[in-house]
Ligand binder design. Structure first.
Ligand code: GUN
Length: 313
């Protein structure tokens, strides 16, 4: 194969810009809801334990919801909190009229059955879109809360004017949070959809037939040039820390900014798409960082505003 890495042709699917626009819309919506109906949207996040990544995510959610004008609350429970106590906390939040959105940060401690907790959340407050009722609504095309990451990707595609009808979309990954709902949302927009996963044969070949490729596999830089049809729309959902210089050079070439980050901060971030190959072959590409990531929180805020608005009789 010819080396196409010299040319960077892909247009950027700018998640930061898209998320900022959505957050501004939500802020305006919150102000209007308060002014016209006296309702201030409330989001409560439940965090069990001290997982460092979860702590960062939760802090970001808290800041973003406050900035949008919401009542923002974080309930921090110790790592050894039992399932019964978590369920009782959710019961209390379900019954609290000032709470419009409930989010239980995942992963939960291993002893806790995640599905029991998710299913305890009132589906009317399920702003994460993880409840089976929300998943079922998405499946059969009823209105309901959509999981934030795939919903954010749809906003990114639509706001950049990406044509979806009749095009072949390939989703790599079959998680309940991203892959499966992503495939259903693309189907809803009249894409022809293929879901791939770790057991898919000829993965590169299937991916290379995609007009729209969504990579949510959890393997750094897996999607190389031979997975990408020239000119395809490529959305990268992966986020991985690269800590060694050799891998950094393999992924980013001699990009001085990335090497500096590894040397001075100890890490740089990469997605599931090989960044040089993606930039050279794709027509559109979402960067990491600054692509899909910022949209997840923006859509959480949007779901919370919608939930609060649903209280108007
Ligand atoms: N952990 C990582 N991402 C998410 C998310 O979107 N929602 C929840 N609840 N937990 C997460």
């Amino acid at each position: 194969m010819t080396d196409t890495r010299e040319r960077e042709t892909a247009r950027k699917l700018d998640g930061r810009q898209c998320a900022a626009a959505i957050r501004e819309e939500v802020r305006a919506g919150c102000a209007a809801l308060m002014e016209q109906h006296g309702i201030r949207p409330g989001l409560t996040v439940v965090l069990v334990g001290e997982d460092p990544a979860s702590q960062v995510y939760v802090r970001n959610k808290e800041k973003a919801s406050s900035a949008a004008g919401m009542v923002s609350e974080v309930l921090r429970l110790p790592a050894d909190t039992g399932e019964a106590e978590i369920l009782a906390t959710i019961d209390r939040l379900n019954a609290d009229d000032s709470v419009h959105g409930i989010l239980v940060q995942l992963p939960l401690p291993a002893e806790v059955e995640e599905q029991n907790v998710i299913q305890r959340i009132d589906p009317d407050k399920d702003v994460d879109g993880f409840h089976p009722a929300s998943a079922g609504r998405l499946l059969i095309g009823m209105p309901g809360f959509l999981p934030c990451t795939p919903a954010g990707i749809m906003e990114l595609l639509k706001r950049n004017g990406i044509e979806m009808k009749g095009r072949h979309a390939v989703v790599v990954g079959r998680s309940n949070i991203v892959g499966k709902p992503m495939a259903l949302l693309l189907l809803r927009e009249h894409c022809t959809v293929t879901i791939c996963h770790s057991r898919t044969r000829n993965l590169a070949e299937v991916c290379a037939s995609a007009d729209i490729l969504v990579a949510a596999v959890g393997r750094p830089g897996l999607i190389t040039a031979d997975f990408i049809k020239p000119g395809a729309v490529v959305v990268d959902v992966g986020i991985h820390r690269i800590t060694d210089e050799a891998t950094c050079i393999e992924l980013f070439g001699d990009n001085p900014r990335r090497l500096k980050a590894v040397r001075e901060k100890g890490a740089t971030l990469v997605g599931d798409v090989h960044p040089l190959d993606g930039a050279a072959r794709a027509g559109w590409l979402s960067p990491v960082p600054g692509g899909v990531g910022p949209l997840t929180i923006a859509m959480l805020l949007k779901n919370t505003l919608v939930s609060a608005g649903n209280r108007i009789r």
